[in-house]
Design a binder for this molecule. Structure first.
Ligand code: HEM
Length: 178
């Protein structure tokens, strides 16, 4: 269950980061940009729920232990990296929701054209809140890109230097040393 959630969310979050940078980068034509904003907000709201589900499942299940060959500093780094990823997964959708809710434009979020997701209460038109949420959304996005790169580099380092394939732990391929 956690493995499926991991890959589903990894794909969505990478898509959200790329889509977010694309839509704010002034490269899309106006009507397409509007559409991408709608998809971004819709998927962002779905992700907020998936993240809550992930945290609930994570708390309720045991994960496989890290390989015994891992050094102490590597375990600490893995733990810190995973904690950072959880913080990012919570901060990104929450700050996105806050920034949309506090905007003076008051544009609704219609989740995939199906239903309206309510705005965060009591913040409409709050300029300071809007600025803060925007700052957090953008800064955490860049931190996320850095942390995801480090996360992937760590898996590659284990495969190439330590000859230890960690992907079977995440449901990809058979357990074997390479
Ligand atoms: C995991 C979830 C999310 C990720 C990874 C993500 C990522 C991003 C990124 C990378 C940007 C571009 C930042 C910039 O350079 O200004 C962005 C912008 C934006 N996001 Fe998100 N986002 C997420 C969730 C949400 C949610 C839930 C909403 C609203 C319901 C939202 C609304 C927005 C809006 C309105 C902008 C444009 C901000 C502006 O124009 O300055 N995002 N997002």
């Amino acid at each position: 269950m956690l493995v499926i959630l991991h890959w589903l969310m990894a794909l969505c979050i990478i898509g959200m980061l790329a889509g977010g940078l694309l839509m704010t980068g002034n490269v899309l034509e106006k009507s397409l940009r509007f559409q991408v904003y709608q998809w971004h907000k819709s998927l962002g709201v779905v992700l907020l729920w998936l993240i809550c589900a992930r945290i609930a499942v994570r708390l309720a299940t045991k994960k496989p232990p890290l390989p015994a060959t891992m050094h102490r500093y590597e375990r600490l780094a893995a733990k810190a990296g995973h904690l950072a990823l959880y913080a990012i997964m919570i901060l990104m959708p929450l700050s996105g929701w806050l920034l949309v809710s506090s905007s003076s434009l008051g544009l609704p979020t219609i989740v995939f054209g199906l239903f309206e997701w309510p705005h965060f209460p009591n913040v409409a038109g709050n300029h300071d809140m809007h600025e803060l949420a925007e700052e957090i959304h953008e800064t955490v996005a860049w931190v996320a890109i850095g942390v995801i790169m480090l996360h992937v580099l760590a898996v590659i380092k284990h495969a190439i230097i330590d000859k230890e394939n960690l992907l079977p732990r995440m449901g990809m391929g058979k357990e074997r040393n390479i």
